[in-house]
Design a binder for this molecule. Structure first.
Ligand code: PLP
Length: 357
């Protein structure tokens, strides 16, 4: 089967096998990873390796700390402004998807939000360019890849040039393409899309931007406490961190981010060229902003859409249905999706178009 779900989503087969084994007998300890104390040397080694792999794969400098936190990306929507924004200060936000809009709503609880670009009026089908970001903004928040609408910022240079600290929700494209990750002051990602199992967030933060807000923070909400305690301030989501570590190891074995990016490019090129070639299918995102992770497309005829979805299912391709607000189809091509999966999907599309066209 090929799983095109947007999240939780496909992970490498070897990760599933190793994770399954670890539940029965973790590294020949005779214990399940599920019953292992998080303060044991055995688990500490897992956490250390996961953190080290993130630093290595992202080429992080010494100022950037790696954290594994609870609460999903949705917790970062408020933890970010809580730590970075005073009530009388401004943060700049881009409104490019339902996720970005949620982040904006949460930030407004803590300070002033200036929406510097929005494509909401066009059903988020493109990315607003030429953003004017106030120099006084404490940070600029972007969603690097818009999971629901299938857009992705291709050129980060305009953000770097603002001179304002950049915060990025990279939930659905982290570690999928080469970026200068050190240019970001805070990156967060729910693990369940490209890094591992649901239940943990990967957060990369430049420690120099912390400790500048006036408000008192709950212990669990202050990033500095997590840094100090090596993501073990309380019981971490042990199994979810382990699955991340295995997935990061797998990524390193593939040749790291540049190697996976090459395959991701091939997968996206194949699927988009198929959509563009076949008049029965239509891409929904502006061509220049097309996401390489989540490919959204529709048909004009709702009955035909249903028929194609059924055909996908029959042929072992799941998760191709689009999000409810956009309809049609969404195929997620995360790192673990092999090129063969996209070849199978496009073969089905070609066949369907030929029969119906
Ligand atoms: C899935 C997703 C989220 C929400 O993640 P949770 O871990 O469920 O809170 C936030 N932002 C983006 C871009 C996403 O794709």
């Amino acid at each position: 089967m090929y799983n095109f779900n947007a999240g939780p989503s496909i992970l490498p087969r070897t990760v599933f096998e190793q994770a399954a084994q670890a539940i029965l007998n973790f590294n020949n300890t005779g214990l399940s990873i599920l019953e292992l104390g998080h303060r044991t040397d055995t688990f500490q080694a897992v956490m250390n390796e996961a953190i080290a792999l993130v630093k290595e794969l992202m080429h992080l400098d010494a100022d950037h700390e790696v954290l594994f936190l609870h609460g999903g990306a949705s917790t970062q929507f408020f933890q970010v402004p809580m730590n970075l924004l005073n009530e009388n200060e401004i943060a700049a936000y881009t409104d490019t998807d339902i996720w970005g809009a949620k982040a904006i709503k949460e930030a407004r609880l803590f300070g002033h939000v200036e929406v510097v670009g929005s494509s909401k009026e066009a059903n988020y089908s493109y990315l607003p360019k030429q953003l004017v970001v106030p120099k006084t903004a404490k940070y600029l928040h972007i969603t690097s890849n818009n999971t629901i609408y299938g857009t992705q910022w291709q050129d980060m240079n305009p953000f770097y040039e603002t001179g304002v600290p950049i915060v990025a929700d990279m939930s659905s494209d982290i570690l999928s393409r080469t970026l200068d990750f050190n240019k970001f002051d805070l990156i967060y990602a729910g693990a369940q899309k490209n890094v591992g199992a649901a239940g943990v967030n990967l957060v990369v933060v430049n420690k120099n931007i912390l400790g500048k807000v006036d408000r008192k923070l709950p212990v669990m909400m202050d990033y500095r406490n997590h840094i100090e305690n090596g993501s073990m301030l309380n019981t971490p989501p042990v199994f979810a961190v382990y699955v991340c570590m295995l997935t990061l190891r797998w990524l390193k074995e593939q040749g790291g981010v540049p190697a996976i990016e090459k395959i991701n490019d091939q997968k996206a090129a194949l699927l988009y060229s198929t959509i563009d070639k076949l008049p029965i299918f239509k891409g929904t995102a502006a061509v220049e902003d097309r996401s390489k992770m989540n490919v959204t497309f529709v048909m004009d005829d709702a009955a035909l859409e249903k028929e194609f979805l059924a055909l996908c299912k029959e042929n072992g391709m799941v998760g191709v249905k689009g999000y409810r607000t956009i309809g049609g189809f969404r195929a997620s091509l995360y790192n673990a999706m092999p090129l063969e999966g996209v070849q199978a999907l496009t073969a089905l599309m070609n066949d369907f178009a030929q029969r119906k066209g």
